[in-house]
Design a protein around this ligand. Sequence first.
Ligand code: ADP
Length: 397
Amino acid sequence: MKVLVINAGSSSLKFQMYKMASEQVLAKGIVERIGLDRPVFKFEADGHKRGGECAVKNHDDALHLICDKLVDKEIGVLKSLTEVQAIGHRVVHGGEKMTDSARITAEIKNTIRDCFVLAPLHNPPNLGGIDACERAFPGTVNVAVFDTAFHQTMPPDSYLYAIPYEYYTKFGIRKYGFHGTSHKFVAQATADFLGRPLDKIKLITCHLGNGASVAAIDNGRVLDTSMGMTPLAGLVMGTRCGDIDPAVVLFLVKQGMSADQIDGLLNKKSGLLGVAGLNTSDMRDIITAVESGNEQARQALGMFVSRLVFYIGAYHTLLGGADAVVFTGGIGENSVYVRSLILARLGALGCTPDAVRNDVMGKPAVVSTAASTLQAVVMPTNEELMIARETVRVLNG
Ligand code: ADP
């Protein structure tokens, strides 16, 4: 079965084409700067790479460009678009209704639309990608895979905010959590890797990329996660502040800042970027600056590590003890150094780092000593593959 995975952003359209039996990526690519000046595309298949500027005005144009490449005589991987049996879409917000992936119907599209207010930057382009696929692939099944769905098992103790209850019932103000597709993928992959059933293992999964979140997973069910009603809460991230006293926002309002200004400050100018003050949110640049003795960069990295250690400790207690702490995402998978700083602080939880084992990048590994009662595991994530698998699961009922 061939499954197309689509991740539609406001100005980009990413895709991967899977052959599912072998979970092989036949082709992948991205169209960027859609609707802006000088849009560009990248297409990769079977060792061939194509790319450059292109004339696309909207997501429909971008999808047609991708489709043309997929069936191209020279670099294509399909004889006809009818070979695509299903299309899986990343959808950021499914609210409380979407507790699982779902075949897209008019009703599901309405639910995605109802969540525009909760994810104004993501859900509209996600729905745009679905609409474009329905036009380009008439009759093909489309499946929505929600970033929030895996976290819907959280109990009210975790997801409610301690504000008057009617703000939850009236506006849906609560914790939803994000990166669910990644947390679900690495939880299953870690259980498999450790030879344990997912419903009999307690995990703390740390997705550390530009955005970062941590989840407490109790026998396959999310007990708590660090992102909130929006992806701004929780860990210190590349450009996001994570947890702060909400009164800081009120203080800034009283200083005369507008909602949009504060939104930009906390989402785009904070985190590693804001604290280190080096005009970069890239962890590699922060580490290089730390190594050359930059004090502000050291401070930013220290906060990143401390906040995560704080959450790991809290989730360990919440879970009543855990079997493994799992590192994924660009930083979690690849940074031996950042992991070593985190692991060095988990001794109280029974986790002792093994420097030789920790010297690993981008592949599954146990990086704690054999005697550790809390194991530390590196597990690469693969959200696109998870979306493809979910699509097949939904298709097969
Ligand atoms: P996104 O959230 O955009 O998907 P990624 O998961 O790709 O992001 O993670 C990007 C982050 O991973 C960046 O901060 C980048 O610096 C970091 N990263 C990637 N490789 C390394 C490495 N070898 N050492 C440290 N950080 C790394």
